[in-house]
Design a protein around this ligand. Structure first.
Ligand code: ATP
Length: 332
């Protein structure tokens, strides 16, 4: 097993070492390949990611990724978009599941949903024109892209409640009529129950009735926004992991960004990064190890060994070490 480790920028440099400490506690035969990417690299070398970097990433089974700062400079090419496109990681999976001992903004814990976001097209097509008084971004929805994300959502749904919620804005956007039609056809052909909701209505319902949903499938930008919003249901961005899955490769990253406002202070919550590493274990089908990591996280939260965003006083390395110590105890 060969894992590329990309810390990236900002708090990525703090939360990924904590996640690696937990991984190391499992003593698995995983070769770790550090890869430097991102804004820091761009400042030093003029390039945030090179073709050589991409070759290294492609040689690894998967990537554990921290976060990257994306400056507004138009000459800066987004690292995340480059990796997702080059490695064709079309499905972004964001589980929104309460963690024992933590309540989100609504105070409820009676939900367990997963957002399946199309990752390669939509508003992030990269097809843009910027003129002095007008700017355009082309929203691209294809039958192929919609079919494969719908198929992925249906596959997940079959192991859950066998139903998908299709989120779109087809009353306004013609491109979403194609998305909606393809998702309906796919779900129907796979014998998965389906229902659809407009994205604005979903923004409300996700907060007020999160227990109504199981697998939510949607386009790129809508999925990006809804999953950050859904993070509030489980207690904040420091707790939400994600996976980017393709046919050959996968990469795992916390939903949060590089958080420049808290970078370098040692207060970033590493749990989203540790949970992303746990999703990687599941991808490798190391189910027992994934359960141990989940148990260790819950134990540490119940001990209140948490960072200030969760009301604790621990630092990022202290939380990482506490989870790793608990993993070692559970293995012994
Ligand atoms: P970027 O430009 O890289 O997306 P950002 O600051 O705009 O960075 P996030 O990194 O997602 O976006 O952060 C949003 C807010 O959430 C910030 O106030 C940040 O401090 C907080 N935050 C994000 N991640 C964490 C974390 N792991 N622990 C604690 N607070 C966090």
């Amino acid at each position: 097993m060969k894992l590329a480790v990309v810390e990236g920028d900002g708090i990525g440099k703090e939360v990924i070492p904590a996640a690696i400490e937990v991984l190391d506690a499992l003593s698995l035969p995983i070769e770790k390949v550090p890869v430097e990417l991102g804004y820091g690299k761009w400042e030093k070398t003029g390039s945030a990611i090179t073709y050589e970097d991409l070759d290294i990433l492609k040689e690894c089974d998967c990537i554990l990724f921290g976060a990257i700062t994306t400056p507004s400079d138009p000459s800066y090419k987004s690292v995340l978009l480059t990796i997702r496109k080059e490695l064709d990681m079309y499905a972004n999976i964001r589980p929104i599941k309460p963690i024992d001992g933590i309540r989100g903004v609504t105070g409820r814990n009676d939900f367990n949903l997963v957002i399946v976001r199309e990752n390669t097209e939509g508003m992030y097509s990269g097809i843009e024109e910027i003129h002095e008084d007008v700017a355009y971004t082309k929203r691209v929805i294809t039958r192929k892209g919609s079919t494969r994300i719908a198929e992925y959502a249906c596959k997940l749904a079959k192991n859950r409640q066998n139903r998908v919620e299709i989120v779109h804005k087809s009353n306004v956007l013609k491109s979403d009529r194609l998305f909606l039609d393809v998702c309906r056809q796919t779900a129907s052909s796979q014998h998965v129950e389906y229902h659809d909701t407009l994205v604005d209505s979903m923004a409300y319902n996700l907060i007020v009735h999160p227990n109504r949903y199981d697998v939510i499938v949607t386009t790129n930008l809508f999925g990006d926004i809804l999953s950050d919003m859904a993070a509030a249901l489980v207690g904040g961005l420091g707790l939400v992991p994600s996976a980017n899955i393709g046919k050959k490769h996968a990469f795992f990253e916390p939903v949060h960004g590089s958080a420049p406002d808290i970078a370098g202070k040692g207060i970033a919550n590493p749990i989203a990064a540790v949970l992303s590493m746990k999703m990687m274990l599941e991808w490798y089908e190391l189910t027992d190890e994934a359960i141990i990591v989940q148990d260790a996280i819950e134990y540490v939260i119940n001990q209140n060994s948490v960072t200030p965003d969760l009301g604790g006083k621990s630092t990022t390395p202290e939380v990482g070490q506490a989870i790793a110590d608990r993993v070692r105890q559970l293995i012994d």
